[in-house]
Design a protein around this ligand. Structure first.
Ligand SMILES: [Zn+2]
Length: 396
C-alpha cells in the first residue's frame, strides 16, 4: 500500500482491514472483528493512522462503566521481528497479558478490554495518553494506549518477568490507561544526605530514617508499587472503585488528576492510637513533619517547623497541603514524632494513602487509626518486617 492510496476515501470496513491484524479465536478482540473474517494486515502510514483515528472518533464505540479500554500500537519492525523470533504470536502474548490485567482488576470490579490493536509503519507518531494530548489526538473509544516502541522488546528479558508474565506491561497500562501514579515516588530517605534533623530526632537509629513506601508489607506487590506488582491491593482497589461512586470513570481530565498527584480525599479529623507491639502508648505530644522531595528526587528535606497537635485531634489538611486539584508527590509523606508520657520518643512514617483509604471506606468526617510506632533508638534493620498495617475504626 503506497502513501498515495490513503488519499482515496476508504470505507470504515476498509480502514479496519488496513488497521488491524486478524486475531481470530482470541476472545478479547473477537467482539470488534467477528464480522471481518480473516484479513491481511498492512501497517498504517501516518496519514492512514490519522484518518483511522478520525474515522473512529466520528462514531466512537460506547464505553461501559465497569470496563477500561486500551488500544495497542506496534511498529512494523517490532511486529515482524517478533513473528520471526517467537514461538507464539504477538497477539497471543498480548492476549495472555490482557487476561492477567483482568485478573488483577477483578477485586475493583472492572474489566479490561483491548479496543484496537494497530500495526503502524516505523516512525509513525502515536498520540500519548499520559497527558491531554489523548483528548485532542487520541481515540475517543479508548481510555489510553500502550505503544511497543522498544525495537528489542522481549518480555522474557524484562526484570519484571515472572510466572510467564512481564508485569512491567500491566504497570505501564496502570499509568497510561488507568492514569495511576507510581507508589515508589513516596519513598524517602533521611540518611546520608546532610539533612539537618530536628532535635526531637536526635539519636534516631538510621534504620528508622528510611521509608520504603512501595515495599511496606501492607501495600507491596501492588500494580502501581513499582513494576513488578502482580495484584491490586487495598489502595488501588479503592482508588479505582471510587471513580464509579464519584461518577468519573472515562472522564479523562478528571482521571488524570490521579496520575498528576494524589487525591485530596481524607477525613476531616483523625484520632491516632499508637502501639509499641501490644502496648498502647500514652501520647502527650505529636509533631508532624512533611518530608518533601524535590521534583527531580535529588533533594529531600523536612518542613521547617512541624505541625504540632495531640493524637486526638490530627487534622490531615493541616499537614497535607493541596496544590490545585491534588497533592504533589513530593509533599505527600509525613513523619510523625511521638512523645509518650515518660518522655520516650517514637516515630511513625505515613503517607497520603493512609488517609485516602479511610475516606474511601466511608470515614469522611472522623476516623480512629490504630497503628504501630517505631521506637526511636531501636534497630529496624529489616524495615519490611515492621507491622505497617493500620486499623480504621469509627470509635476510639
Ligand atoms: Zn511506573
Amino acid at each position: 500500500m503506497s502513501e498515495t492510496d490513503s488519499s482515496v476515501k476508504l470505507t470504515r470496513r476498509e480502514f479496519l482491514k488496513l488497521a488491524s491484524v486478524s486475531l481470530a479465536g482470541l476472545p478479547f478482540f473477537r467482539k470488534n472483528l467477528k464480522d471481518l473474517g480473516n484479513i491481511d494486515y498492512s501497517p498504517l502510514s501516518q496519514t492512514q493512522l490519522d484518518k483511522f483515528i478520525e474515522q473512529v472518533n466520528s462514531n466512537p464505540l460506547p464505553k461501559e462503566e465497569d470496563t477500561y479500554y486500551a488500544s495497542f500500537f506496534v511498529p512494523e519492525s517490532v511486529y515482524t521481528r517478533w513473528s520471526k523470533k517467537s514461538k507464539y504470536s504477538f497477539e497471543i502474548f498480548l492476549n495472555s497479558h490482557v487476561g492477567e490485567v483482568n485478573k488483577m482488576l477483578k477485586p475493583a470490579g472492572y474489566k479490561f478490554l483491548v479496543r484496537w490493536f494497530l500495526v503502524v509503519q516505523d516512525g509513525v507518531a502515536v498520540p500519548a495518553s499520559w497527558d491531554e494530548t489523548w483528548l485532542r489526538e487520541g481515540l475517543k473509544d479508548s481510555d489510553g494506549r500502550y505503544y511497543f516502541d522498544d525495537p528489542k522488546y522481549d518480555p522474557g528479558k524484562s526484570s519484571y518477568f515472572q510466572n510467564g508474565y512481564d508485569y512491567g506491561l500491566p504497570h505501564e497500562i496502570g499509568h497510561q490507561v488507568f492514569h495511576l501514579k507510581d507508589h515508589y515516588d513516596l519513598d524517602r530517605d533521611l540518611r546520608w544526605k546532610g539533612i539537618v534533623l530536628p532535635l526531637s530526632l536526635n539519636g534516631a537509629h538510621y534504620s528508622t530514617l528510611v521509608y520504603r513506601a512501595a515495599d511496606r508489607a501492607d501495600q507491596s506487590n501492588d500494580l502501581m508499587s513499582g513494576g513488578n506488582g502482580t495484584e491490586i491491593r487495598t489502595y488501588t482497589k479503592l482508588q479505582l472503585a471510587r471513580r464509579r461512586t464519584q461518577g468519573f470513570v472515562h472522564n479523562f481530565k478528571r482521571e488524570l488528576w490521579d496520575y498528576e498527584g494524589w487525591p485530596i480525599e481524607f477525613p476531616q479529623r483523625v484520632q491516632m492510637k499508637f502501639y509499641d507491639g501490644a502496648k498502647p502508648l500514652t501520647v502527650s505530644k505529636l509533631e508532624v513533619y512533611t518530608i518533601f522531595n524535590s521534583p527531580d528526587k535529588k533533594d529531600t528535606f523536612l518542613s521547617k517547623s512541624p505541625y504540632v497537635c495531640t493524637p486526638d485531634n490530627f487534622i490531615p489538611k493541616k499537614a497535607l497541603s493541596p496544590h490545585g486539584n491534588y497533592i504533589l508527590n513530593g509533599e505527600a509523606v509525613l513523619l510523625l514524632v511521638i512523645k509518650d508520657k515518660e518522655g520516650k520518643s517514637y516515630l511513625r512514617w505515613t503517607d497520603i494513602r493512609d488517609f485516602n483509604i479511610p475516606y474511601w471506606q466511608g470515614f469522611t468526617d472522623n476516623v480512629t487509626m490504630r497503628l504501630q510506632a517505631m521506637s526511636l533508638t531501636r534497630d529496624y534493620d529489616a524495615p519490611l518486617s515492621f507491622n505497617w498495617g493500620i486499623g480504621y475504626y469509627s470509635k476510639p
